[in-house]
Write a protein that binds this ligand. Structure first.
Ligand SMILES: Cc1ncc(COP(=O)(O)O)c(C=O)c1O
Length: 367
């Protein structure tokens, strides 16, 4: 292979692709012997009725998926009490986040996000040569509305609010979100990936505010992260523009069928949501007893800040040695934190046993 040819090819890359390093080949997924609590999945099987739909969809594998996800969008509209043309369907809500960046931003534009926030937005902003203005959120459940409307955030093309937020689990009251919507002329993207574990949601604001776009996903509360189904809800004029620039056949036949079936059988998940809320409380209480600081979470994970002098990445590595995977973060404000997804009772028992044993070892050593 000629080096010269490769150099020529690489020099034709657009600047944004040229400046990024080549990705390493990737790493295999953790095998089943690990307890995986690092990416906020919901480790329960699909209800059997939904599984039947998935199998039936596989038999239509030779067909292209339905154009424009029309049946799936109709099902979402029906489930959430809005019109089909207020719904866009995505290959996970992360596809829709990417679409928003593509639709709204030209190089040099700004986007505002609460910090700490969903880190994927950093990558999206970089890919679009946009500036991500990160507005520090208070540890109290309220929105820094003035900061989101003034200063560097003032001319952001859109504002991203994840409610509940990832990675903090913090939920801000809807009244705050509504105040921001009322005072802002910008698009407010209300990312409700975790909202089924929270006390309220922003759907009823849709009919009142044309500058609201809500994102939802079936990855978290509906145990379908691997199927990749997400939604955006907003004004038909905005949704239509977004659908216009979406990849044709962005979803597959299984995602479409499972999505419709989950939306039709949402009641089958009530026990799952209750279980996650109960386990979240149990895990938070034990972590607090062990000296971690655990702010109230309204999502399917908890963020735990280790005692002073301890480091989140150290805890992550120590737990990984016990075959428990949790997340840690590079951000300065989160350096003592680990984020633990809430899974089955057995998974949480294994996590608690491991963290208790490690805590006891550290205490013995320090005496
Ligand atoms: C706040 C938030 N939004 C969106 C997503 C993306 O979810 P998905 O692409 O699986 O729908 C995540 C996933 O972790 C998230 O935490």
């Amino acid at each position: 292979m000629s080096d010269e040819k490769l150099r020529n090819v690489l020099s034709s890359l657009a600047p944004v692709a040229r400046q990024l390093d080549v990705l390493p080949s990737g790493r295999p997924a953790a095998d089943a012997s690990y307890v995986k609590l690092d990416t906020n999945e919901n480790p329960f099987p699909l209800p059997s009725i939904v599984m039947q739909g998935a199998r039936a969809a596989l038999e239509r594998q030779y067909l292209y998926p339905e154009h424009d996800n029309i049946s799936l969008r109709e099902a979402a509209g029906y489930a959430y009490g809005i019109a089909t043309d207020q719904v866009i369907a995505g290959n996970g809500s992360s596809e829709l986040l990417g679409l928003l960046y593509r639709a709204f931003l030209t190089p040099g534009d700004r986007v505002a996000m609460l910090s700490p926030g969903f880190s994927f937005n950093r990558k999206l902003a970089m890919l679009h040569a946009a500036e991500l203005v990160e507005i520090e959120s208070a540890e109290t459940p309220s929105l820094p509305i003035e900061k989101l409307l003034s200063g560097p955030a003032k001319d952001a093309k859109f504002v991203l609010l994840a409610n509940p937020n990832n990675p903090t689990g913090l939920y801000v009251p809807l009244a705050d979100v509504e105040r921001l919507l009322a005072r802002s002329e910008r698009l407010i993207v209300l990312d409700e990936a975790y909202v089924d574990f929270a006390p309220d949601n922003g759907l009823r604001l849709l009919s009142r505010y044309a500058n609201l776009l809500i994102l939802r996903t079936l990855s978290k509360s509906y145990a379908a992260a691997g199927i990749r189904v997400g939604f955006g809800f907003g004004h038909p004029a905005l949704i239509g523009r977004l659908r216009n620039i979406q990849n044709v056949f962005n979803m597959n036949v299984i995602g479409q069928a499972v999505g419709i079936s989950i939306l039709t059988h949402r009641a089958a998940y009530e026990g799952n949501h209750r279980h996650i809320r109960d386990e979240r409380q149990r895990v938070s209480a034990v972590l607090s007893q062990l000296g971690f600081c655990v702010p109230p979470s309204h999502a399917n994970f908890v963020l735990a800040r280790a005692p002073v002098g301890q480091d989140g990445s150290w805890w992550q590595a120590a737990l990984a040695k016990e075959k428990i995977l949790v997340a840690s973060f590079p951000d300065k404000s989160l350096e003592r934190c680990i984020r633990i997804s809430i899974g089955t009772k057995d998974q949480m028992d294994a996590f608690l046993a491991a963290i208790k044993a490690i805590s006891a070892r550290i205490k013995t050593r320090s005496c």
